[in-house]
Ligand binder design. Structure first.
Ligand code: EZ4
Ligand code: CO
Length: 402
């Protein structure tokens, strides 16, 4: 079998998605996601201008050799744009393999290790009362694990809470909007949020919280310690992780489990975190972490150190990544949990798919390959629209991590 053609599709059914389609001489095609929130066109150009010409004529079954070629050949390694482009190719090739062998991709990765995946959703509110209402709403929808974010008095806006009514979507059209931040206000109120959630919903509900890289390690240690009575499933991205050894400080102060890594793009972002057992869950996912070929090695390495997966699954990861993640989650032993932030109806219509949600559990379906498609005629009705993630400033105006 040979790759005969490949092209990038960019569509914006509510938000932007970059999809790679790879075609073969046997009429089978595969889809890969290359969406990088707020930097979509860079990945599209990387693919169209630099990668696609190199893969035409190759055997799509050679996923390992093609991965190594795309990673090593350019000399310039790693980075989110490069690794998202490599992921797009890799995901599409595994889709082709599955279709050619007439089997779902999870069967190529180890087969079923479980019947379905525990997923967590997002609940949020402009204050604690509204956050509690949203938790109740999501519990009624069947979710057994819920991430809870809330606005607090004195902060006009915060991560994870919609500025406007309606569903939370971090990217906004137009130039980057500005949020404001105070760690002092945040730390004062988060324990109260989780005390109220436990008081209202009891012990059984699994609770998560995303700190979105806003604390120093010692501040995160304090928060983790104060949240211990509420038994969180995890505290996510407590501190920026470029300095991996910062997590040692957090670990020394709290037993609250730590998840990190939605901005990671290779094992080298997590190597120290994993081998020192400073984290419990790794969030680096297929689209930003080089696809199945790289993530399988990372997950197997993490398994040795009791680290489980908790893949990023926000709306900026397209349904192609959602499908791919569910196949991956089905097969690996050290699956932990999967994030689920449902796409809009427009997005779901552009990407018809076989995966499904029921009673807090998701399954990938049994279609050959990934079980996800792209309706190109419908996609063409939603042209690309420039959009960015917000930026964040402390109350005195200092730029800080969003
Ligand atoms: O801000 O996906 O856990 N989920 C998150 C997301 C991220 C966006 C960034 O593109 O932190 O909402
Ligand atoms: Co996050």
């Amino acid at each position: 079998m040979k790759i005969t053609n490949a092209y990038v599709n960019i569509t914006s059914p509510g938000r932007n998605f970059v999809t790679l389609k790879i075609e073969t001489d046997e009429g089978i095609y595969g889809l890969g996601d290359g969406t990088l929130n707020g930097r979509e066109l860079a990945v599209a150009s990387y693919l169209t201008d630099h990668v696609i010409p190199c893969i035409i004529g190759r055997d799509p079954f050679q996923t390992e050799d093609i991965w190594q070629y795309l990673y090593r050949a350019p000399y310039w390694r790693r980075g989110p744009v490069t690794m998202a482009a490599i992921a797009a190719v890799d995901i599409a090739l595994w889709d082709i393999k599955g279709k050619a062998l007439n089997t779902p991709v999870y069967n190529l990765l180890g087969g079923k290790s479980r019947e379905g995946m525990l997923v967590y959703c997002h609940a949020n509110g402009k204050d604690i009362e509204h956050a509690l209402e949203d938790v109740a709403k999501h519990q009624e929808m069947g979710y057994k694990a819920i991430r809870v974010q809330s606005g607090f008095p004195g902060l006009a806006s915060t991560y994870g809470v919609s500025k406007k009514p309606g569903r939370y979507e971090p990217a906004e059209r137009g130039l980057p909007s500005e949020y404001e931040w105070s760690t002092e206000i945040y730390l004062r109120h988060v324990p109260e949020l989780f005390a109220r959630v436990r008081e209202t919903f009891g012990e059984e509900l699994l609770l998560l919280h995303d700190c979105h890289h806003r604390m120093t390690p010692i501040e995160a240690g304090r928060l983790g310690k104060e949240l211990e009575p509420f038994h969180l499933f995890w505290m996510e991205d407590p501190t920026p992780a470029e300095l991996q050894e910062g997590f040692k400080i957090i670990r020394q102060h709290t037993t609250t489990p730590i998840a990190v890594g939605e901005v990671f793009n290779s094992i080298w972002d997590a190597h120290d975190l994993i081998r020192n057992q400073w984290i419990d869950y790794l969030r680096m996912t297929l689209v930003h972490g080089g696809g199945f070929t790289h993530l399988k090695k990372v997950a197997d390495f993490a398994e040795l150190y009791h680290v489980r997966t908790g893949f990023h699954g926000a709306t900026d990861l397209s349904p192609v990544t959602m499908a791919a993640a569910l196949h991956f989650d089905t097969a690996i032993h050290n699956f932990g949990i999967q994030e689920h932030m449902p796409h809009t109806d427009e997005t779901d219509a552009v990407f018809p798919h076989n995966y499904s949600f029921k009673d807090g559990i998701m399954t990938p379906g049994d279609a050959p390959g990934l079980g996800v498609d792209l309706d190109e005629a419908l996609a063409a009705k939603y042209p690309y629209q420039r959009a960015y993630l917000p930026i964040n400033r402390k109350l005195d105006g200092t730029l800080t991590d969003w």
